[in-house]
Design a protein around this ligand. Structure first.
Ligand SMILES: Cc1cc2nc3c(=O)[nH]c(=O)nc-3n(C[C@H](O)[C@H](O)[C@H](O)COP(=O)(O)OP(=O)(O)OC[C@H]3O[C@@H](n4cnc5c(N)ncnc54)[C@H](O)[C@@H]3O)c2cc1C
Length: 469
């Protein structure tokens, strides 16, 4: 018997029940109840998710591809220490995995339970061909006792939180993986010949690390943010920051790629509360992790609908968003951080340079694109998908449709000038990102002369002032 252990979205050694497969102690996650003779670790990079286009936009930029390749390399090295090989595949996942499974005479497959539509399709296709077991290792509510019933899952976050939060005694995380008695993994020498297709990606590999590109880096950040800097203790008041290292956790890239276990993260917060301090801020970080959780389950409930023009609220319409010439120009300028609205441009240039943007920034640039420029929200979501190093299908498309009013909320329109005054009152963030602007104080937020100013901004534009005024 050979079991294929699929490590997609599970490239980590801490709290990874998939790696405890085949051990005598089934409590460690061997939900299959069978002990295979042979285990083989596999990861597949989905070619279409990185190299295809949607609405004319490349799905992932080089930075995001490189981050994923680094994460795969790091995991392969970590497993190699235990003489375990990692087969790396590249192509259409169901096809690549099936071909490999047949050539290795695999009897069953163990994988992380997906939340994205595409990944769910892959598991469904594999299930037609092999015995597949999935474990929900990246959710807080992943255990059978906590998992919501999808048909009864509330569509409002508040209702979801009220229903699920009281249950949240998150199950204990597993210790870091060590090879277990009785486990027999294929070794690096044995797995090497199966990773040929992945070699095509060699030209894209690079050595310098970006956020979320190794498990070690993710665990260091967790330790640094919660324990060393105790920055969690001011999370609620600083989380609307725009720039800097400690205004928010920056766990998102590691949580999105799966190199950080959300269960472990939650338990570290609880431990901090028990040993150091419990306050509104420590609660609020857990509250935000519940937002992540909410969107994951929403994606399981509504699947493909999330990519329709009206998302979960209307007739399905998967037609490509259309833009006239004027809108195309506005969209291009928005992407490039050249809209002429300083607060928007500063955030977009930060995204383009770093692959990240604060939550406050994301809400504003999304609202501006949808409600002030009148552009289909799916184009914004697609551009974010290409750029974000913390790209997660549910958090991204869920938040975009939320602001558009086609998801779990009515329309959310932000007044960009009011927001700029509230969150960048002296214009320091804009000044840091747009050095070409020289206006002093909050006057720096004044839009360029060519911008068509939305009516609801006028009162707020009148409040912009120079320093000390
Ligand atoms: C238009 C738009 C698109 C977004 N796209 C993504 C995305 O692709 N991937 C992503 O992880 N987040 C996304 N978010 C949510 C949020 O902006 C980021 O999670 C957050 O800014 C990441 O920084 P952080 O880790 O410092 O977050 P913190 O403020 O420290 O929050 C802790 C964690 O909670 C979760 N979280 C926080 N806010 C949200 C939220 N609104 N929705 C879902 N989860 C949340 C994240 O996992 C985050 O790491 C998006 C928000 C908007 C408005």
């Amino acid at each position: 018997m050979t079991r294929l252990v699929l490590l997609d979205q599970a490239l980590r050694l801490h709290d990874n029940p998939l790696l405890f497969s085949g051990t005598a102690d089934n409590n460690n996650g061997d939900a299959t109840g069978q002990n295979p003779q042979q285990l083989v670790a596999v990861v597949c990079l989905d070619k279409a998710a990185y190299f295809s286009r949607q609405y004319g936009l490349q799905r992932a930029n080089l930075q995001r591809l490189q981050q994923q390749l680094q994460l795969i390399d790091h995991t392969a090295q970590a497993l190699e220490q235990f003489d375990i090989g990692l087969i790396t595949l590249f192509g259409e996942p169901a096809t690549e995995i099936s071909t490999l499974a047949r050539s290795l005479q695999v009897t069953d497959i163990l994988a992380a339970t997906p939340h994205g539509y595409r990944e769910q399709q892959t598991i469904a296709l594999l299930s037609e061909r092999f015995a597949v077991t999935t474990l929900d290792i990246n959710s807080l509510l992943g255990s059978a006792e906590l998992a919501p019933e999808l048909p009864r899952l509330p569509d409002s976050f508040s209702a979801f939180r009220k229903q699920r939060e009281p249950l949240l005694l998150v199950t204990a995380a597993l210790p870091p993986f060590q090879p277990q008695p009785g486990q027999q993994w294929l070794t690096p020498v044995e797995t090497a010949p199966f990773s040929e297709s992945f070699m095509q990606l060699a030209p894209f590999r690079q050595t310098s690390l970006s956020a979320g590109s190794s498990e070690q880096q993710a665990l260091q950040r967790l330790n640094d943010y919660i324990w060393q800097h105790a920055a969690i203790s001011h999370y609620k008041t600083s989380r609307n920051g725009l720039l800097g290292d400690y205004y928010a956790s920056k766990f998102s890239a590691a949580l999105a790629t799966g190199s950080l276990s959300v269960r472990f993260c939650w338990q570290q917060i609880v431990q901090f509360e028990q040993q150091q301090l419990t306050n509104e801020s420590t609660y609020w970080l857990k509250f935000e992790l519940l937002w992540r959780e909410f969107f994951r389950w929403q994606f399981r409930k509504y699947g493909k609908s999330w990519f329709s023009k009206n998302a979960i609220k209307g007739p399905l319409d998967f037609s490509k968003p259309s833009l006239n010439n004027k809108q195309q120009l506005k969209f291009n300028n928005w992407c490039a951080g050249q809209s002429g609205v300083p607060f928007i441009d500063a955030n977009m240039r930060l995204l383009n340079a770093s692959g990240l943007m604060s939550n406050r920034g994301r809400q504003n640039v999304a609202s501006y694109l949808i409600h002030d420029l009148g552009i289909d929200w799916r184009l914004g979501a697609a551009y974010f998908e290409q750029r974000l190093l913390d790209y997660d299908v549910a958090s991204n498309w869920g938040n975009w449709s939320y602001i558009a009013g086609s998801g779990n909320s009515g329309e959310r329109q932000f007044n960009v000038i009011k927001q700029a005054i509230s969150y960048d009152s002296n214009g320091d963030f804009v000044r840091a990102m747009l050095p070409e602007l020289s206006a002093s104080g909050s006057l720096i937020h004044r839009p360029a002369a060519h911008v068509t100013v939305p009516g609801h901004w006028h009162n707020w534009l009148a409040k912009l002032t120079g320093p000390g005024q």
